[in-house]
Design a protein around this ligand. Structure first.
Ligand code: E4P
Length: 216
């Protein structure tokens, strides 16, 4: 499973690159709004440190506007993937951009029917938002299982990109199901490595060694 980081913060991205686990980045307008630089400047900087796919979202909601914005975004760098909202106009844009050879990420997906449509339209990635479903007492991970089953049934090439990830078990469950990609906040990447027994064991190794060697 590929690991993407879900942030527009360049320091978090650089640290994840150093950890050696990063395959790509997803951003959205809300994440960009947390940073001080303009969105397109941020994207340029991100693409300098990450060679894998970097998702950048359009703000337009009409077909022509989305296609125009997508063509501007891909000028920023070769690895830009354009995030398109999963609405009727978005389907048209995904189809047109696919014909142009521009990679797309269908965002804000909450149902198997939406996932089926964006795959048929030719989306490169589908982004089901599992955390937001969990938030309203619906099982987000069931959606991932259903989409993986549907895509396998018909050999769709669209990659399943698990989004709106809140904690490490979301990542583990996505991997057990066989999702292609999981995008997660920086804090989730950091929490994935933590285990109290590792910390206890490490403390004891160092203490035992120091005790045994204090007079040597
Ligand atoms: C994915 O591409 C989105 O940017 C993101 O995962 C949304 O997560 P949220 O529900 O925590 O805002």
């Amino acid at each position: 499973m590929k690991f993407f980081i879900d942030t527009a913060n360049i320091e978090e991205i650089k640290d994840a690159v150093l950890m050696g686990v990063l395959d790509g980045v997803t951003t959205n307008p809300s994440l960009a709004a947390k940073e001080s630089a303009p969105y397109r400047d941020l994207l340029k900087e991100i693409c300098k440190v990450v060679s894998g796919p970097v998702s950048a979202e359009v703000l337009a909601t009409d077909f022509e506007g989305m296609v125009k914005e997508a063509n501007e975004l891909v000028e920023i760098a070769d690895n830009i993937v354009v995030k398109i909202p999963t609405i009727s106009e978005g389907l048209k844009a995904i189809k047109a951009l696919n014909q142009q050879g521009i990679m797309t990420n269908a965002t804000l997906v909450f149902s198997p029917s939406q996932a089926l449509l964006v795959a048929k339209a030719g989306a490169s990635y589908v982004s089901p938002f599992i955390g937001r479903l969990d938030d309203i007492s619906s099982l987000g991970m069931d959606l991932i299982q259903n989409i993986v089953t549907i895509y396998n049934n018909y050999n769709f090439n669209t990659e399943v990109l698990v989004a709106s990830v809140r904690h490490p078990m979301h990542v583990v469950e996505a991997a057990l199901i066989g999702a292609d990609v999981c995008t997660m906040p920086y804090k989730v990447i950091k929490n994935l490595i933590k285990h109290p027994l590792t910390d206890i064991g490490l403390k004891k190794f160092i203490a035992d060694y120091k005790k045994a060697n204090k007079d040597k």
